[in-house]
Design a protein around this ligand. Structure first.
Ligand SMILES: [Zn+2]
Ligand SMILES: [Zn+2]
Length: 174
């Protein structure tokens, strides 16, 4: 069974829940604007740090299963309307307006009764690898980019003990 904080995704069942919410959000927009918008297709292909993305030209919304599983109910309540609002605003204005501009914000508040937050509250995945460095007082995790710079000779110095950080080992996070 699922624990309090995660639940295993059943792709068909969970995608259906998301599709139902997408349909509901489009229906609410139809009622509000007294028109008929084209519902976007949706899938679980979003990866990385975004909870979802709206692909306006393709009329497609991608959702992040890693974040969905952390809290399906709040994901459905917040992320789905956020992305659908991008799709609707594009169908009304094309690319003449900013993605999180006043039109999108007004839609979030008036149509969905939500705070127009640009960002989500979900945990983001750990990078696959991090690089551990030590000074004489602390332990630091470097990103691959930073590690590469250090290996090319860029010196990173601890603000507290003023010693140069030394590479110790690579950590795999999976
Ligand atoms: Zn957005
Ligand atoms: Zn130090």
């Amino acid at each position: 069974m699922s624990s309090a904080h995660t639940h295993a995704i059943d792709p068909l069942r969970d995608l259906k829940l998301i599709e139902d919410q997408v349909d509901l959000c489009v229906a609410q927009a139809n009622a509000f604007f007294e028109t008929k918008f084209t519902p976007p297709s949706c899938n679980f292909r979003q990866k990385g740090r975004a909870a979802g993305t709206a692909h306006l030209q393709k009329n497609e919304v991608r959702f992040n299963p890693f974040m969905y599983q952390q809290d399906p109910a709040s994901f459905i309540e917040t992320v789905v309307p956020h992305e659908v609002a991008h799709i609707i605003i594009f169908q009304i204005y094309g690319s003449k307006v900013k993605p999180h501009g006043k039109e999108w914000q007004a839609m979030m508040m008036k149509v969905y009764g939500l705070k127009p937050d640009r960002t989500h509250q979900f945990d983001t995945p750990l990078p696959k690898e991090s690089y551990e460095y030590h000074c004489s007082c602390e332990c630091y995790q470097f990103s691959k980019q930073r590690h590469n710079r250090a290996q090319k000779g860029v010196e990173y110095i601890c603000k507290i003990c003023k010693t140069t950080l030394q590479y110790i080992k690579t950590n795999k996070n999976s």
